[in-house]
Every structure is written in structure tokens, then in C-alpha cells.
Write a protein of this length. Structure first.
Length: 212
């Protein structure tokens, strides 16, 4: 079993946790980036659709601060439609190599168009074209059909900047519930739960240690 680096400057004190989870989450993300693992910013995003059916998928987290965690996707995808009827989601980071997880739950909101534009503008041109080519989560007949759509949009935007598709952009998940978890031998894990106090500005949280 592996354990988190307890001597690190960013060590989280579960018996005396900070009043705010944001810096601790950022510190753990930073430590994850220093590990020899692909996609340290990968997280599971769980949504619930209009029929009450949960679904989950991996996403890459592209921004994190007191306002929440940000990812980018197609608003017309399966997850996009689910979030339209149920604008509450759950995120889960798991870093096996550090025996850690962070769980986040909260309401979603779209980030500003200007922020989505700025993020889209610095993506590789191929990814920009493919954001147009892929009707994410819709059926398509074949790989050849997908590549034909890619070629069609490559031609449409030839010799010009690729604009951000209106159906693509960033979503922010509010940090209403944040649980920081460190694994230990024989299941005596450490857990601290932050529950955001509604309408607190700047946000403040109730902080509780949980049994493992
Ligand atoms: C490592 C990894 C990172 C991913 N990152 C994203 C992402 O940032 N945005 C996205 O829309 N899909 C991402 N995907 C694809 C999603 O997991 C998913 O297949 C896609 O968003 C369609 O999901 P949906 O049909 O439930 O809407 C990623 C997949 C993997 C394995």
C-alpha cells in the first residue's frame, strides 16, 4: 500500500484542518502533477439525467479556485443534456499512487463566454476543428464518416482562425461539498468534509472529520 508524502510542505493536518479547502485541493493537485502518472488532473464526472439515471465519465479539470472546478465539453452531449435537466453533479479525483481521493459535489454554471473563447483559442488547431466535427454522444455510422466531417470543417475554416463552437465551452462545479481523503493501512483512513455554508460570500465551510 502506498501513502501520501507526510513530510511534504503541503501536508494536510486532518486533526487541525484549514477552514477553507481550496488551497489544500490545489496543493494535492500540484503533488499529483509531480508523480509519474498520466493525467493527474483526470476526474470522474457524475451526472443524473431527467429520468434519474446516473452516468459517469472521465474528464480533465482545467481550472480550480474558490468559485469551483472547471472542465470543458460539448453542451449538447449526453452529460450536457443531463446537466440541463439536473444542474447538480459530482466530481471525483483518485490518485492511487498517493492513496488519496477528493470528492466534490455542487451546482454547475457555465463560465463566461470570454473565458471559454480564451481557452478554446489556445487549443491545438486539430482539436478546435474536431470540436466542430464531433456531435459528441450522437450516433455516427463509421470512422470514415467522422473523418469526412473533420475534413469538411478543416476545409470550411481553411486559412482562418477556428471560432469556438457555440455548443462547446467551460462548466464550473461549485465547491458545495468537498471531501479530502487520505488512505491508511487497515482501513483507518483520514477524511475531512467541507460543507459550504449557503450564500456565504466569500464562501465559508463547516468542517468535520468523518469516520473512515
Ligand atoms: C483521460 C480522459 C480525459 C477526457 N477528458 C475529457 C474532457 O475534458 N472533456 C470531454 O468532453 N470529454 C473528455 N473525455 C471523454 C469523456 O470521458 C466522454 O467520453 C465524453 O465526454 C462523452 O461523454 P457523454 O456521452 O457522457 O457526454 C475524456 C476521456 C478520458 C479517458
Amino acid at each position: 500500500m502506498t501513502h501520501g508524502p507526510s513530510s511534504s510542505a503541503a501536508a494536510f493536518d486532518f486533526d487541525n484542518p484549514p477552514s477553507d479547502p481550496v488551497a489544500s485541493c490545489l496543493a494535492w493537485l500540484e503533488e499529483a502533477k509531480q508523480q509519474a502518472i498520466p493525467n493527474p488532473n483526470a476526474m470522474t464526472l457524475a451526472t443524473i439525467d431527467a429520468n434519474g439515471q446516473p452516468s459517469a465519465r472521465i474528464m480533465l479539470m482545467r481550472g480550480f479556485d474558490a468559485r469551483g472546478a472547471v472542465y470543458f465539453t460539448n453542451f449538447e452531449s449526453r452529460k450536457g443534456l443531463a446537466m440541463r435537466s439536473n444542474p447538480r453533479v459530482s466530481l471525483l479525483f483518485f490518485w492511487d499512487i498517493m492513496n488519496r481521493q477528493i470528492r466534490i459535489e455542487g451546482a454547475i454554471s457555465r463560465i463566461d463566454d470570454t473565458e471559454s473563447d480564451a481557452y478554446f483559442a489556445q487549443r491545438p488547431r486539430e482539436s478546435q476543428i474536431n470540436a466542430w466535427a464531433s456531435a459528441q454522444s450522437q450516433p455516427i455510422a463509421s470512422r470514415a464518416a467522422l473523418e469526412a466531417r473533420q475534413a469538411q470543417f478543416a476545409e470550411k475554416f481553411a486559412n482562418a482562425p477556428v471560432p469556438r463552437p457555440p455548443h462547446w465551452g467551460g462548466t464550473r462545479v461549485a465547491l458545495e461539498r468537498v471531501e479530502i481523503w487520505q488512505g491508511h493501512p487497515f482501513r483507518l483512513h483520514d477524511r475531512v468534509l467541507y460543507t459550504q455554508i449557503p450564500a456565504s460570500t466569500p464562501p465559508s465551510w463547516r468542517v468535520e472529520r468523518l469516520c473512515p
